[in-house]
Design a protein around this ligand. Structure first.
Ligand code: ATP
Ligand code: MG
Length: 419
């Protein structure tokens, strides 16, 4: 893409209404636009990152047997009444709406109820189980506080997956598989080293614990205690002697940290299957409720967390897997990069080409801000015969590379992208 054609503009000054570093950088770089508190649009660069994050999640979830669907935002009140979650004293973040005739509808904040009801038409026998179903779908939550940019919003895309198993044993097997898949996802998203599986409270679904995936981050809202060696953490809300003992953890090994929940996995037992009548016939002919689990990740929150965690004082640093482009081609003289740009595009290197007529200082500052992993500079004073100056954004390292070397460096990720 030619930067001169990009409709978004970068800005020098941080917006005065954003406190989170990630929100400031993402607005300055033209990745997102704030409609109002807790409500954001994704602009071309931001949408590319968001789609790449979703694609990484999709690939890993497909590997463990996930089947993708897309459910509606408008929801039937009846299924929520059956589970007891229509009531605002039970779920306090509801947005609700009405048909012209006065019929009340829910605006999706999660999908356990409608999906469980839907599956009554498809699951009746033990032969139909287990099944793993997921979607990327817009959730609406009337969050009390929405001050962390895209990390906590009132409208956001969630990857929500639900598992349907015959019994606790079969459920648990998938639950552990999903935890491994989550580990792989956060590794590929560039925050694996800072993200911990974390024991947390079960809420209203389960008497046992659940697992969150928490990324160390000053802007996070949670406090966790980490056992670095075991790569396991405990959320402050369940940080008791009993919990530590049960999981073989010792207080003296635990280090306190601020963190943000980027994902979670949740045993649901038979709460929804019983409430909504999702039963199956077992081998012995008896009728049993399906055992469920739910598995969430917020791609927007993950994007904000990556910026919080990896940015430096000059701007954003995108991990290669999710960067909006892999290469930022910066021409310091008009037209100096035209030929190279065409060639790169032809061999499939995802390139943002800064062909604007602005000065070098401005181009470099914008390039640092936008955070594309590699920058190739052409038409400048720094020259080596037949070579291109290439700067790595994360380290600032400069190398002179032949065109072939540049293509080898930046051509490889094109295989995985869907966008
Ligand atoms: P939190 O404890 O942060 O309020 P939650 O426990 O309610 O989140 P879930 O309902 O389990 O979250 O949602 C699954 C995932 O969706 C979370 O792990 C998070 O990544 C993301 N998510 C939840 N709420 C928001 C929000 N308001 N804005 C952006 N992402 C969110
Ligand atoms: Mg939570």
């Amino acid at each position: 893409m030619r930067q001169s054609q990009l409709f978004t503009k970068t800005r020098r000054e941080a917006p005065s209404d954003e406190v989170a570093k990630s929100a400031q950088l993402l607005v300055r770089g033209g990745f997102i636009h704030k409609e109002m508190a807790g409500v954001y649009d994704y602009l071309p660069l931001g949408l590319r990152v968001l789609k790449n994050i979703m694609q990484v999640i999709r690939e890993e979830v497909n590997k463990i047997g996930g089947q993708e669907i897309l459910m509606t935002t408008l929801q039937d009140k009846e299924v929520w009444e059956k589970s007891g979650r229509w009531d605002e004293s039970v779920v306090d973040i509801w947005f609700k709406t009405k048909l012209a005739n006065g019929t009340e509808l829910g605006v999706a904040n999660t999908h356990e109820e409608p999906l469980t009801a839907l599956l009554r038409e498809h699951i009746s026998s033990h032969k139909d189980l287990p099944k793993y179903i997921y979607q990327f779908q817009n959730k609406f939550r009337n969050e009390l506080r929405a001050k962390s940019g895209i990390m906590r919003t009132r409208e956001f895309i969630m990857k929500d997956m639900y598992s349907f198993s015959r019994n606790e044993e079969e459920f648990k097997e998938f639950y552990e598989k999903s935890a491994e898949a989550y580990g792989e996802i956060f590794k590929r998203l560039g925050i694996g080293a800072q993200t911990y599986r974390t024991l947390a409270a079960g809420g209203s679904f389960t008497s046992g614990l659940t697992d969150e995936f928490q990324t160390i981050c000053d802007a996070g809202e949670d406090t966790i205690y980490i056992d670095e060696e075991k790569k396991l953490a405990v959320n402050k809300e369940v940080y008791t002697d009993d919990v530590l003992k049960e999981h073989g953890l010792k207080k003296e090994n635990m280090k306190e940290a601020r963190a943000v929940e980027v994902g979670n996995i949740f045993p649901l037992g038979s709460k929804y299957s019983e409430a909504l009548g999702l039963l199956y016939k077992d081998e012995d002919g008896s009728s049993k409720p399906v055992i469920m689990g739910s598995y969430g990740i917020g791609p927007g929150r993950v994007m904000g967390t990556i910026v919080e965690t990896l940015a430096d004082d000059k701007g954003i640093i995108w991990p290669e897997e999710i960067a909006p482009f892999l290469l930022h081609l910066v021409a310091l003289k008009e037209g100096a990069g035209d030929e190279l740009y065409e060639e790169l595009v032809n061999v499939g290197v995802e390139t943002l080409y800064d062909d604007r007529t602005v000065n070098a200082g401005e181009k470099f500052a914008d390039s640092d801000l936008i955070g594309i992993p590699y920058r190739a500079i052409v038409g400048g004073k720094n020259r080596e015969e037949g070579k291109i100056e290439v700067v790595k954004r994360s380290t600032g390292e400069t190398e002179f590379k032949s065109k072939e070397e540049l293509i080898a460096l930046c051509g490889r990720t094109t295989i995985r992208r869907s966008s």
